[in-house]
Design a protein around this ligand. Structure first.
Ligand code: AMP
Length: 456
């Protein structure tokens, strides 16, 4: 092995991951583990429950996917063995993609379950007994109720973006799903922020968790924040100026309402920008087209609402623009986490009307940072910059008419049901049936700890 190769691999080698996982990590170009990975991977491998408090873009997906794959590969058993719950379809697809990347050299199978599309293919995929299910709670619960899902072998549960699950009213569904899982399992809960409700869920769900708290709620250092005091139609003018600013590559523009996102995207398109909306009233197909178009550069402006855009991981987003001030400080953290990802630079601009300054104060308290107030620039849109970007871009598809989709309906608060938050109903699956990790010097004792069902 050459010196450069060994240096390349050295960071992840300390985890002693399964060679097939290590190979995929190398091929993905991950040289050094990110802090969240260094904090979580050993704990997950030990079989501990984990509470991961990490800002978005920190590499948290690989922090749970890599050790899960290692565990599954160590001891092949029939699936499904790992259940990853995601609040949105976009995030579920992204996690699935990351699973596929890291499972590339193994035969671990993963499938996604989410609403807004026909269920037939998902049912067929479930019949194939995938090892990993990445699911949105609404559709998963539907399929469970129809008897299409057997979760009796689940050994590891991951709740990703748990705070977002709460925001969109998914916690009751999550609790109902958890009730159907075996009591003896490993639980990993990831959340960028820790509202009281998530703290409560974590207390119920996690058994002596390893807590990995990284720069809790504080945005990446590489992000430059600025506030512009502006309101009304002037906002659109300022937005156009920002979109032609030096260093602009692509932007997510956040609006607080679906109709505003749709209208603003249309308006920007009429003015020659390559903009597309991503909001909850769109069908899955429309959302996919918007996301794919944004990912591959066909669109350079994604005008989104919070529901649609959390957890999105797209490279090279140079700007996040809060066209409307987010309604909670946590939403600010999530929104701006779309830029400055993977230690890249990014700009986070917030347009603040007079009535929003109180909300801004709360955001500043939360991120423990006073955001720079910027002068409104002389707004001459740099037409040449737009024209140049235009020439380099592929043509766009027409957008079909939006309609309400299922996840969006489900994102509305649902009837509440009392629940213990987990446990019960499982087959008492014991991890002691799995060989330990002695070959690599790790112990399986953590996973065979025979938990009590009380509140879990
Ligand atoms: P996530 O926070 O999981 O959405 O990850 C953000 C981005 O970081 C993704 O594009 C990952 O592929 C990338 N990433 C994760 N871990 C590493 C690593 N150790 N080295 C380089 N890139 C990474």
């Amino acid at each position: 092995m050459s010196e450069s190769t060994s240096r390349k691999k050295s960071g992840f080698l300390e985890f002693d991951l399964h060679p097939k996982v290590q190979r995929a990590i190398d091929e993905a170009g991950f040289e050094e583990p990110r802090p969240i990975q260094a904090a979580c991977i050993p704990a997950v491998l030990e079989g501990d429950d984990v509470l991961g408090l990490a800002q978005t873009g920190t590499g948290k997906t690989a922090a749970f996917v890599a050790p899960i794959l290692d565990i599954l590969l160590d001891d092949p058993l029939p699936g499904p063995r790992a259940l990853i719950l995601s609040p949105t379809r976009e995030l579920a697809m992204q996690i699935h993609k990351d699973v596929e990347t890291l499972a590339k050299f193994s035969d671990v199978k993963s499938t996604t379950i989410y609403g807004g599309v026909k269920q037939d293919r998902q049912v067929t995929a479930l019949r194939g007994k995938p090892d990993i299910i990445v699911a949105c709670p609404g559709r998963l619960l539907d399929l469970m109720e129809q008897g299409h899902v057997d979760l009796s072998r689940i050994e590891i549960l991951v709740l990703d973006e748990a705070d977002h699950m709460f925001d969109i009213g998914f916690l009751p569904s999550v609790r109902r799903i958890i009730k159907e899982l075996p009591k003896d399992r490993q639980n990993l809960l990831f959340s960028a922020t820790m509202p009281r409700e998530i703290r409560g869920l974590a207390d119920q769900l996690l058994h002596k968790p390893h807590v990995a708290e990284l720069a809790h709620s504080s945005p990446a250092d590489t992000i430059e924040h600025a506030v512009f005091a502006i309101s009304g139609p002037k906002k659109t003018e300022l937005l156009r100026w920002v979109l032609s600013e030096e260093g602009f590559k692509s932007a997510i523009v956040f609006c607080n309402q679906k109709f505003r996102a749709k209208r603003l995207a249309e308006q920007l398109s009429r003015w020659g920008h390559h903009a597309v909306a991503l909001q909850g009233n769109m069908t899955q197909g429309q959302r996919d087209r918007a996301m794919n178009g944004f990912r591959n550069g066909r669109y350079d402006v994604l005008v989104a609402t919070d529901v649609a855009a959390r957890g999105i991981d797209v490279d090279h987003i140079s700007h996040v623009i809060n066209f409307d001030v987010p309604t909670t400080p946590d939403a600010y953290t999530h929104r701006i986490g779309r830029t400055g990802r993977s230690e890249r630079d990014g700009k986070a601009y917030t347009f603040v009307a007079a009535a929003d300054f109180m909300a801004l104060k709360l955001i500043e308290m939360k991120i423990k940072q006073k955001i720079e107030r910027r002068e409104i620039p002389k707004m001459e849109v740099r037409e040449e910059a737009i024209a140049k970007a235009d020439a380099a871009r592929p043509k766009r598809d027409p957008e079909p008419e939006p309609r309400m989709d299922e996840e969006e309906r489900r994102s509305r608060p649902q009837r509440r049901r009392r629940s213990s938050g987990g446990g019960g109903g499982g087959r008492g699956h014991s991890s002691s049936g799995r060989p330990g990790r002695s070959s690599s010097g790790r112990s399986s004792s953590g996973r065979g700890r025979g938990r009590s069902s009380s509140g879990r």
